[in-house]
Design a protein around this ligand. Structure first.
Ligand code: IVH
Length: 668
């Protein structure tokens, strides 16, 4: 290829990738398989590396972010970012409607646009000549932080616009949000490594947006809805039409926007969403009502910091009263104690609630909540309901004050409370059953050692006295497992096999699995890559550790503490003796040409045994799966393939490849 052809190829790949990105992240309708997408991305990455002269900050390859430390310089907003007047009261909306009619000529017909009020963090993004240019947070409304690099990683934000009828320069404003699913996964991961979970998706979104490394932001899967366009040559006088234009250019605009001819239609919208919001995949905290015409908006102007032409109606967080039956205390893997309220079951925001978090001792004290009290439970931005108040009038005589426990509910060891931490801890790390079991559960989990063993089995193995720590797993015998209730010969063998197989799990997973506080799977990867083996990690001092990108003081101290502890050292020695991987392996995988493609092998082959093919698939970064499903990428077919398998392959439209074609794929 000559340079012109290379550039042409690069442009073509960028356009295709950006189209598929739009299909997937904005329309939620993938047209090609993940595998095909990844292959295109790989090809583009390779070309861009080979020809740095064609580099472009808005190439789809830049969505993964980088490890450079963000500095967040302050940028003045060209148009100030206003706030909205808000109300919880329907009557005040009538006043809003009247006020508008008083100001504008009352004969002028006008309409409202009703939108959802997304509960995230506001962003203002500039586009120049159809390209993503700069993203700035709200800040104080006049100037905000430049978060361009972080926002670039949000897949639903277009880097290059579609069609050509956009103004040369404009701004879009919207809300960066974290969908429930992403939030829950992130918090589970944080709790698992001993980090404080985020209180709600809003905090998680704004915290993520301010992270130093855009590479980490990229992994957090933020999303965004845009709801406002500003600039000199906007396509329409109608705000609604402008949003439709934004949609056409590739922006993610909510489908749940309604034009209302009068305030009664606004009320319909509000009533509908007051309950429907429980079915959304993200949080909203109200609706926003805007006068649709830009011209009228200008005529109406502002009061103080908010426009007269818009208002937000906020939903009251749903709140119900019920009786507090008991307070129990949970012990997490890291020893953190969480008080939990057992409630008389009630309906709240579409679900039955029996339990609510009481967070920590301070909150119990502040509310003076006592067993037997009538408590008010709320489901706000948080996923887990919380107790927000008590109804003191309903308190029966003689309830005794709640004394926070002083000893661990599981092992009776006295609890401690570290400085600046809200939670109590049980320090009896190696003898406290829930902590031991929690550590083993973490060790076997999918991102760690991927051992096929659930919570119930760990519990049974522990109760039977067969395992007291993660190393004991490798000394389990068939007789022991077989003796457990519910285990048959096959299932016992499977478990032991899965434990054996885990000895090949790469070092970075082992490092995550051993459970060093604050070392999550991303941190484990970074450490493995930089320090190569466990003995380097063990020898590294504080300075050496914090010199590694992304490793801060807290993590470094935690690693040093871990290796100071005899118990941990013994466990590591034992794990080494069983043959687990304590060194980064560079030759295990020859290449990643197959890039995670799921391949089913079937039939007999001329030049390779099936085991050889399996091995090749793994060495080249593919996954060998046994049965054909929708997610299969390739069907590697030899001779005498069964007709029912072939039928499935046809039905799902899976690509069939021969032995030769497969060999060509990995040798390319
Ligand atoms: S319009 C001048 N529309 O609510 C109008 N805001 O207090 C500017 N918000 O900071 C805002 N969803 O972050 C608008 N559909 C929506 C919104 C929305 C959420 C947020 C926004 C703003 C705050 C207003």
């Amino acid at each position: 290829m000559n340079k012109d052809q290379v550039l042409q190829k690069i442009m073509q790949l960028r356009n295709n990738l950006s189209k598929h990105n739009y299909n997937y992240y904005v329309l939620s309708q993938a047209v090609i398989s993940d595998y095909e997408y990844d292959m295109m991305m790989k090809e583009l990455e390779t070309l861009e590396k080979q020809f740095p002269e064609f580099d472009d900050a808005n190439s789809p390859t830049k969505r993964v972010g980088n490890d450079l430390s963000n500095t967040f310089t302050q940028v003045e907003h060209e148009y100030p970012m206003l706030s909205l007047g808000n109300t919880y009261n329907i009557n005040e909306l009538n006043d809003f409607d009247k006020r508008i009619k008083n100001i504008i000529d009352s004969d002028t017909p006008f309409i409202y646009t009703c939108e959802l009020k997304f509960d995230g963090t506001a962003i203002s993004i500039k586009y120049k000549n159809g390209k993503y240019f700069q993203a700035v947070t709200r800040g104080d409304g006049l100037k905000g932080d430049d978060v361009t690099e972080n926002v670039r990683t949000i897949r639903s934000i277009p880097l290059k616009l579609q069609t050509n009828d956009y103004p040369d320069e404009f701004e879009v404003r919207g809300e960066i949000i974290m969908p429930h699913k992403v939030f829950e996964r992130l918090n589970a991961e944080r709790e698992d490594i001993g980090e404080t979970p985020f209180a709600n998706p809003r905090n998680a979104a704004s915290g993520t947006l301010k992270m130093k490394s855009s590479a980490i932001v990229a992994k957090r899967n933020l999303d965004a809805f845009l709801y406002f366009m500003l600039g000199k040559n906007l396509p329409s006088d109608s705000h609604y039409q402008n949003l439709q234009n934004l949609k056409k250019w590739g922006f993610k605009i909510s489908d749940d926007i309604k034009q209302a001819k009068n305030i009664n239609e606004v009320f319909e919208f509000i009533n509908y969403w007051d309950t429907e919001r429980n079915n959304l995949e993200y949080d909203i905290d109200g609706v926003v009502i805007k006068v649709d015409s830009k011209e009228l908006q200008e005529e109406l102007g502002m009061t103080g910091k908010s426009p007269r032409w818009a208002i937000s109606y906020k939903f009251k967080a749903e709140r119900v009263a019920t009786k507090l039956l008991n307070i129990t205390y949970q012990v997490g893997r890291t020893g953190a104690i969480t008080p939990v309220a057992d409630l008389k079951p009630i309906q709240l925001a579409g679900t039955t609630v029996k339990r609510a978090s009481l967070h920590n001792a301070d909150i119990i004290k502040e509310l003076d909540v006592r067993i037997g009290d009538t408590v008010l439970v709320e489901k706000g931005g948080e996923i887990i309901p919380k107790i927000v108040d008590i109804d003191i009038e309903k308190r029966p005589a003689g309830l005794s004050e709640t004394n926070y426990i002083e000893n661990c509910p599981a092992c009776k060891h006295p609890l401690i409370r570290k400085q600046d931490e809200a939670k109590h801890y049980c320090p009896n790390e190696y003898a406290c059953p829930p902590q031991i079991k929690g550590k083993i559960e973490h060790f076997v989990s999918r991102n760690a050692m991927n051992i096929n063993c659930g919570e119930a089995t760990i519990n049974a193995l522990y109760e039977a006295g067969f395992i007291k720590n993660i190393a004991d797993l490798y000394e389990l015998t068939f007789e022991q497992v077989y003796s457990l209730e519910g285990f048959k010969e096959k299932s016992a063998k499977n478990l032991l096999e899965s434990i054996q197989k885990s000895k090949n799990i790469p070092f970075e997973n082992v490092l995550f699995a051993v459970g060093i506080r604050y070392v999550g799977n991303i941190t484990a990867k970074v450490l493995a890559k930089n320090l190569k083996n466990i003995s380097n990690l063990q020898k590294a001092d504080f300075e050496e550790l914090i010199a590694v990108d992304e490793i801060g003081d807290k993590i470094a101290e935690s690693i040093i503490d871990f290796f100071k502890n005899d118990h941990n050292l013994k466990i590591i020695e034992r794990l080494k003796s069983y043959g687990l991987q304590f060194e980064i392996s560079e030759d295990n995988q020859v290449d990643n040409k197959l890039n995670g493609a799921k391949i089913v092998i079937s039939g007999t082959f001329k030049n390779h045994s099936r085991d050889e093919l399996k091995k090749l698939i793994e060495q080249y970064g593919g996954k060998n799966t046994s049965s054909v499903s929708k997610s299969t990428d390739f069907f590697l077919a030899g001779e005498n393939v069964g007709p029912s398998k072939l039928e499935k392959v046809e039905k799902f439209g899976i690509k069939k490849i021969s032995e030769n074609e497969f060999i060509n794929m990995i040798n390319k």
